[in-house]
Design a protein around this ligand. Structure first.
Ligand code: MOS
Length: 748
């Protein structure tokens, strides 16, 4: 008997890897329908004002140019109605591309040139002449600070901070105080695949939209409402996504403009953004956090006061859960937090890998390090001393929290016990060596999801759900789940994702897909097995052993065969034969996994988070101030790990991103024009291979039966939370100098 080697928990390599490395995986800008037009967007070079005149003669004279779409000639659709609400956007007055002649941000699309070739469209776009009336603008975060406000209608995922005790009084009375004014620079999304849309106008006039998105059904819903189309007129596909990290959560203007043009021109079109155009939107908000901590000399936190702001546009209210994390994660009798947003004349900031926590956890963990030192206490010991076993902000029990184990196991792996407490004590030649640590916390979520399981005449199992694999390994872990649930070898399974016509699945994001889609697939496979057995049981032509076995519940699926476990005769039958016995060409079920399934909690009676402990070694060149990260260890507690290989890759990817946050990534605003000026990889720095050391990721055993039916909490974003702080804290340990601004760059 062969043993299934592909079940949940095994390190299986990506099943989509071959398609990706051989170029068979198709991305949003790759389909090439016949007669397709290329659209190139013309962006506003001013931040605020009004279009006076648009002169198109030179552009229209370029051979191959078919149409130029502006606010003057674009068709009217529901998006331009006053009552329109962008269901994927954030509260406020939704951004409406090509709505009118008003300019609300630098980089705003003012025209889209469509031509038979990309080159013609680009040349014509450069020849467009637009005159503007300029109005005063402010793109300076510091200047806008006095306008900070709390939106009347917060974002739906916003968690309002909850105070406890008397934080101000307790702070005043605390013998030990630290106070820091922290800042995080804005950072831009730079996935390998940039935002792009190909709209294929099918023969019947329906649209097949290939879009770079994290949610095909969300984009379908967006397009049907924005363009007043019925659901069956729009199919959205994204079978492969070249990294997304949150920029694909909302519909970007390329998808609307491409679909609008397809409607106007009745032709297939493609609109893809350039790397530079990516820098006109999709950025993590700039943030300021003021953190004050009070403690007693024995290292017991007495008070936490956190105030934070992030930027948004003048027309939409983007919000983050920035200030709550420390209040949730640490035991401390007095705590309060306040959060506001700051309006600027820019595009709306957006979600980027662990939005809110990536900023809020890292900056807070830098403050905790400073407090540990103020109490002359080892930073790990300090955290263990102030450990909370509950969600301390909501005074709510947790489904699980193996952070203590993560801290201890991570410390052991790293060799933390050999760390001298005093900074600047370790050196190698001209390089100072520092060791720092921090902890991470991120939501563990589970959303209702449906999946289909179908057994076909060839004995193969087909799984389908509208999930997106944004590079995270979703294809692979869902195949593993199906393999375990149906007890069938991995190579007999086909997974179909990334298509709005498939069973309902929430947009990929928030690290909830593994838990949610995993549960749906598991459920569908269980249900398909029951259906198979039931259908066979109704059939009088099956052999005696099977009739008897089904009657006595002794028939099982094993390695893709039906077997009778009773009696000494090992009868077995292939799935193909079993299906043909049923007289049907295929058997299919669709199931929906909802909270409450299998004893998971259906209401917010408990709080649910993933946790991590990150340890870092840096070397700082004493003369040049150049920082090298030389070692990173991340111990993650995220429930059951479906695939240690892909999960560790997720965590590593986030750690790379966090290294960028700590040391490299910084979008710099030219306030005079209101545009991010370092809009390319020579000036916007991201970590390169040489910047990244060996990263050691370990998963701590954590049993959680309440977040999701399979015990999964999800990984990915957790790798972002804490890593930047561990690097900053290591730099302090190397140099004895505190930094309050990320990224930390030479010269700071
Ligand atoms: Mo998540 S913000 O979609 O990485």
């Amino acid at each position: 008997m062969t043993v299934i080697s592909t079940t949940i928990g095994q390190s299986v390599s990506r099943i989509d890897g071959f398609a990706k490395v051989t170029g068979q995986a198709r991305y949003a800008a790759e389909p090439h329908p016949s007669g397709m037009l290329y659209g190139v967007i013309v962006n506003s070079p001013i931040a605020r004002g009004r279009i006076e005149t648009i002169r198109e003669e030179a552009a229209r004279a370029v051979p191959g140019v078919v149409e130029i779409m502006t606010h003057l000639n674009r068709p009217h659709t529901a998006l331009f109605e006053k009552s329109y609400v962008d269901g994927l956007g954030v509260p406020g007055s939704p951004y409406r591309p090509l709505h009118d002649g008003e300019i609300r941000f630098n980089g705003q699309p003012v025209a889209v040139v469509f031509a038979e070739t990309f080159e013609a469209a680009r040349e014509a776009a450069m020849l467009m002449e637009v005159d503007y009336e300029r109005w005063p603008h402010n793109a300076d975060f510091e200047v806008a600070l006095h306008q900070k406000y709390m939106p009347e209608k917060p974002r739906s995922n916003y968690v309002p901070p909850k105070s406890r005790g008397k934080a101000a009084e307790a702070y005043a009375l605390s013998p030990i105080k630290v106070e820091g004014h922290y800042h995080l620079a804005p950072e831009h999304h730079n996935p390998m695949e940039m935002h792009a849309t190909t709209v294929i106008v099918e023969d019947d006039g329906k649209f097949t939209v290939w879009d770079k998105t994290q949610g095909p059904q969300a984009v379908q819903a967006y397009l049907t409402s924005a363009l007043s189309l019925s659901k069956d007129q729009v199919r959205v596909r994204n079978p492969y996504v070249g990294g997304a990290f949150g920029s694909g959560l909302r519909a970007q203007h390329n998808v609307f403009l491409a679909a609008l043009a397809a409607k106007m021109l009745k032709r297939s079109v493609r609109v893809s953004l350039t790397r530079q155009q990516m820098f006109t939107h999709v950025f993590r908000p700039e943030a300021i956090m003021d953190i004050a901590l009070g403690a007693t000399p024995d290292g017991t936190l007495q008070s936490m006061i956190v105030e934070g702001v992030t930027d948004t546009s003048r027309f939409e209210h983007n919000m983050e859960n920035l200030v709550v994390w420390g209040l949730i994660n640490y035991k401390c009798p007095n705590a309060t937090a306040d959060y506001k947003v700051v309006p600027r004349d820019t595009y709306t900031s957006s979600d980027m890998r662990a939005p809110g926590a990536a900023t809020g956890v890292n900056l807070f963990e830098m403050a905790i390090d400073e407090m540990a030192y103020a109490c002359s206490m080892d930073p790990l010991t300090f955290r263990l001393h102030n450990y909370s076993d509950i969600d301390a902000m909501h005074d709510m029990p947790l489904t699980s929290k193996a952070l203590r184990e993560a801290m201890l196991q991570g410390a052991e792996r790293f060799g933390w016990q050999n760390r001298p407490m005093t900074p600047g004590k370790m050196r190698d030649g001209k390089e100072l060596i520092g060791w720092g640590m921090a902890t991470g916390i991120w939501d563990a979520m589970f959303s209702p999801t449906s999946a289909r399981a179908r057994l076909t005449a060839d004995g193969r199992l087909h799984i389908a759900t509208a999930a997106s694999d944004i590079g995270t390994g979703t294809y692979t872990i869902l195949a593993q789940t199906a393999s375990e649930a149906f007890n069938i070898p991995l190579d007999q399974i086909d997974i179909e994702l990334g298509d709005s016509t498939l069973p309902q699945c929430p947009t990929e994001g928030g690290s909830w897909t593994a838990a949610s889609a995993g549960a749906a697939v598991w459920l569908a496979c269980q249900s398909l097995r029951e259906k198979l057995f039931k259908t066979l049981g109704k059939n009088s032509n099956i052999s005696a052993w099977l009739t008897e076995g089904l009657r006595h519940n002794t028939v099982v699926l094993q390695d893709g065969f039906l077997k009778n476990t009773d009696g000494d005769e090992a009868f077995e039958m292939s799935l193909r034969d079993a299906l043909s016995l049923t007289g049907q060409t295929e058997l299919e079920v669709e199931e929906t996994a909802k909270p409450g399934l299998r004893g998971t909690i259906s209401q917010m009676r408990k709080a649910r988070f993933t946790h991590s402990a990150v340890f870092c070694e840096v070397r700082v060149d004493e003369e040049l101030g150049i920082v090298r990260v030389t070692r990173l260890v991340n111990a993650v507690a995220a429930g059951r790990i479906m695939n240690p290989k892909t999960a560790a890759s997720q965590v590593r990817g986030a750690m790379v991103m966090a290294t960028g946050m700590a040391l490299h990534e910084e979008s710099l605003m030219d306030e005079r024009v209101g545009r991010f000026m370092n809009h390319n990889f020579s000036e916007y720095h991201i970590p390169a291979h040489a910047d990244i050391p060996d990263m050691d990721v370990l998963f701590v055993n954590e049993e959680d039966t309440e977040v999701s039916p399979l015990g999964i909490k999800g990984v990915g974003e957790i790798g972002m939370c804490g890593t930047a702080a561990a690097i900053a804290n290591a730099i302090f340990h190397a140099t004895g100098r505190r930094h309050y601004n990320l990224p930390i760059v030479p010269g700071d």
